[in-house]
Structures are given as C-alpha cells and as structure tokens.
Design a protein around this ligand. Structure first.
Ligand code: F6R
Length: 357
C-alpha cells in the first residue's frame, strides 16, 4: 500500500536506504562474511569472462555491475542489451558465465537469451526481485534483491538493490581470488545507505532544481564519465519515461564529437561528477557546454565540489556512488512529471513487465 504517499514511485524512492540495509542483512552471515552459495562461487571463480544480460533500467544496473566486477573482482565483463545479444551474438570466451538481471524475472528479451545459453550448457545466474519468477526458475542460481514489490512502472528501488547485490558478488569473487581484502563491502554499503537517506531528505532542493531547469524545456542532457555516465543513462531514461521530456545521457568526453551541436541558449544539462580520476576532464566538459549556453546543474561529491555546484553528495566508496547519485535523478524525474501533470505510476505506452519480444 502506498499509505500517505501520493504515488508509489515516491514511496519506492524513499524505501531505498532500507532496501540496501535489507540486502546487507540477507547477504551477511553471523561472522560478518558474505553468504553466497558455494556452487555459485566456484562457477564464478572458474569463469574467464562474465556476460551480463538485461533490458532498460536493469541494463543500466548491469553497466555499473561491469565496473564493480572488473575493478573489484578483476574478471573481464561484458554487459549486453538482451534483445541485441540474442540476435547478434558476439564471439564468446572459452569459459563464460552468464548473469541475468531482471526486476520482474519475466522479461521476454532476457529469457530469450537464457533459453539459448542453457542449450549451450553455460552456467547461469539470475539476479531478480521476484522469487520463483521464470528467469529465477530457469537459471542455475538465483540471487534475490529483496527490494519488496515494485509497483510504479518506473524502476527505482530495484535498480539500487541490483547494484548492491552486484557489489556484494564482486567483493565475494575478489575474496576468493585473494586480492587484498581491505574493504568491508557491508560497511561500505551501509555508508552508502546513510548517504542515500541524506539525499532523500533533500526533496525541496530537487523540486527547486526542476522548477529552475526543467520547467519550460522540452529536452535535457545528462552527462558523466565512468559510472557517472551509466547513471546519466539511467537519469535520462527515468525522465523520459515519466515526464515525456526528451532526455539523453552522454559520456562527458563524447559531447564534442557531435551532440554539442544540440546545445543552445538555455538547454538544460545535468552533470554528475563523483569520480576523482576524471574530475578535471568533467569540469572542462561542463565548461564546453556552458560556453555554448547550456544551463548546467552540477551534482558532485564531497571533496570534488566547487562552490557553484548545485548539489553535493556525501562521500561513499567510489564504485558505489551510483546508489547515491541516482536519487536526485529519480526525484528530478518525479517532480518534472508531477509539474506536467503526468500519470507518474503508470506512464503512457508502458507496462511493468514486458513479456513480448
Ligand atoms: C524503466 C523500467 C524498464 C525495465 C525493463 C526491464 O524504469 O522499468 O526499463 O527496467 O523493462 O525489466 P526487468 O528488470 O523486469 O527485466
């Protein structure tokens, strides 16, 4: 039930810190270690490459998952849009492991890949929010995201829960490969949950940003580098699907290769800047579009901020920043849709679970 909330989407955005804490409690055993099926752990450790399959928002979580698994666990990862992979399969490595990410566990495009991969007898894992769902039943292993029922069509808490589970998996594989285990994933995730709570309590600020930047516009750009780029894609998708504002996410360095032609006086752009190693590059990308008239709202992280930034996120582990930076973007989409009088929980032309190819 949505209780006092005007929309399920807002309730589900608010639930995110709790969901992360729930994920922590489900995956942490009494000794503080990671609770993961030993068979799954072995299969992952044997793999020479991980292939992540998903659609929409789950695909965006999969992109973050690639960074987590490559940078923390040290395994090569490819993240694919399921419908593309199905009909244009790349050359596979000799010991592939497949991860399917799906909130509903029923998405036909993802299932199409799972069916093919099972015929090829490669090991499979589904990360899903729905126990007993088709993708869960048909894969060798399942990791649940424990986000609770997600009612709003636009996915919010399922995305952050998927990222949390992928992070835990990455740290688990890392431990098995005996990389220096100096980071406690549960500690890092609980720091992130606290930071998420801080952002959720800044709703008035987000409403104000929407009023200032998106009130009269038909389009909006999101830019970032690394995981911030992946969050930009997700921010743009959220805004598109519920407010119907044309939005696109771009890699900060790619704008000048074409897209910058679309920037004119007053074009709104949201820049995300949480990655220290590309801070200077991002700052100059922001300058490039400002100089062409873009109205830029910058969301940065503590320690990387500048005085004119509009929102500063608390510091979290550098690969867990999507858990926090996505919250202002979800809220921006929400308020933009609200101002436009859109049907927030049931946007036009969309269904919660897409069971056709
Ligand atoms: C966006 C959204 C969709 C789903 C996509 C995959 O807010 O909800 O893009 O993420 O249809 O759905 P699942 O995760 O159920 O496979």
């Amino acid at each position: 039930e949505k209780g006092l909330y005007p929309h399920y989407m807002l309730k589900e955005i608010d639930e995110q810190p709790l969901v992360i804490r729930k994920v922590i409690s489900k995956y942490q055993d009494s000794e503080g270690s990671i609770r993961i099926d030993a068979g799954l752990r072995n299969r992952l450790n044997e793999a020479d490459r991980i292939y992540i399959m998903a659609c929409g928002t789950s695909y965006h979580a999969g992109l973050v998952g690639k960074q987590l698994l490559e940078k923390i666990a040290g395994i090569p990862v490819e993240t694919h849009i399921a419908s593309e992979f199905l009909y244009n399969r790349p050359i596979l490595s000799s010991k592939p492991f497949f991860i399917f990410i799906s909130q509903s566990g029923e998405t036909a495009d993802s299932r199409g890949v799972l069916v093919t991969i099972k015929q090829l007898q490669y090991p499979t894992l589904t990360i899903t929010n729905v126990p007993g769902s088709t993708l869960s039943r048909e894969a060798d292993y399942t990791l649940l995201t424990y986000a609770g029922p997600e009612i709003a069509v636009a996915s919010t808490k399922a995305y952050t829960a998927q990222i949390a589970v992928l992070a835990i998996l990455a740290f688990d594989v890392m431990r098995e490969r005996e990389r220096a285990p100096h980071v406690n994933p549960f500690h890092e995730l609980s720091i992130a949950a606290n930071a998420m709570e801080i952002m959720i309590n800044k709703k008035e600020m987000m409403e104000e940003i929407v009023w200032q930047y998106l009130n009269a516009s038909r389009n909006c750009f999101f830019i970032g580098r690394g995981v911030d780029y992946y969050v930009s894609l997700e921010g743009a998708l959220k805004l598109k699907e519920i407010s119907y504002i044309q939005a696109e996410g771009f890699a900060g360095g790619e704008l000048k290769h074409g897209t910058i032609a679309l920037i004119e006086e007053g074009t709104p752009a949201i820049a995300i800047l949480t990655q220290a190693h590309v801070r200077a590059n991002m700052r100059s990308n922001v300058q490039e579009i400002k100089a062409r008239g873009a109205h830029v709202c910058t969301i940065s992280m503590e320690g990387l901020e500048e005085s004119e930034d509009h929102m500063v996120l608390p510091v979290v582990h550098e690969l867990l920043t999507p858990l926090v930076s996505v919250i202002p973007l979800q809220l921006i989409a929400y308020y933009a849709a609200k101002y436009r009088g859109c049907d927030i929980d049931k946007p036009r032309n969309l269904a919660k679970s897409v069971t056709v190819e």
